[in-house]
Design a protein around this ligand. Sequence first.
Ligand code: MN
Length: 343
Amino acid sequence: MSEKHDNLRIIATEEAFATPAQMAAIQQLVSAHTGYDADLNLWRRMAGGGILTDRLLDLEGERIAIMDAAGIDMHLLSLTSTGVQMFAADKAIAIAQDANDLMLGAIERNLTRFTGLATVPPQAPAEAVKEIERVVIGRGLNGVVINSHTDDEFLSEEKYWPILEAIEASGKPLYLHPRAPNRHMIAAYRPDELEYAIWGYAAETGLHGLRLITSGVFERFPKLKVVLGHMGESIPYWLYRIDYMHRMTGEWEESHRKKLSLTPGETFRRNFAITTSGMNWDPPLKFNIEVLGADNVMFAVDYPYQETHEAADWIRAADIPDDVRRKVAATNAERLFKIATPV
Ligand code: MN
């Protein structure tokens, strides 16, 4: 731990857990599935148990010891990808409610260490809205997590808009978390196994984020806040060219692209924030602080998939001013996710 920043308050904002019911339902899918599915393939690898599974299922034991050892004050918890999005709707609803209740119990027993994002079943939009009302508005959870596509569809489809409306009304963010590329994208990734976190997750989730913008979601929901992990799933790096080409090719007479009142870049800066999950690296940190502003970048580890101490040591030592470090490490998360500031 670097001495200079021993007392830095750190909230980690993309920290996964699993529930026994979710794990059992995933293993049922793994057993029943024939053919190839990238997300299930990953679970098939993890089916024998092991450290990742143990750490996902643990909320109040080793997790807190690892946080203590690395100097992490708080986890913003979310049910690990793909949440409940691969289950039949009735099962997805029940497992989401169970996961939210289980998480709320851990939060209530550890108020200074845990906060959490609600899991909802996008495949049942009306039930997802009810669950947002129950646990985000009713019980004080700090936002909603959705793991990119559901049944190969993005949230730009209007049937999902009641969910976006409820999230906007809650005043808390949607965390758009990755999963493997949808069925329409997957073939090109498979020969070299690029469909996982190495590239596929960011390609899928970055495209999803861009589709939210270009489809006009933020014309309808101008106050909706969306959080992207992994330094913005590559969108920030492309904003100049996205704006340039959105304008240029949108003027083609055959273009059927929706006209927007703001450029994609203006919408991204207004409606999105990003986290550092899995990218303990100064250059994109500095770039994103410059492009999006110091108020829109938040720290995350991506526990248990990446190492907690590496991420914590990195943010304490990162080459940024100390006032900006405090924003990235904790105060931006407190503001955007409405996490109570300690007195
Ligand atoms: Mn993650």
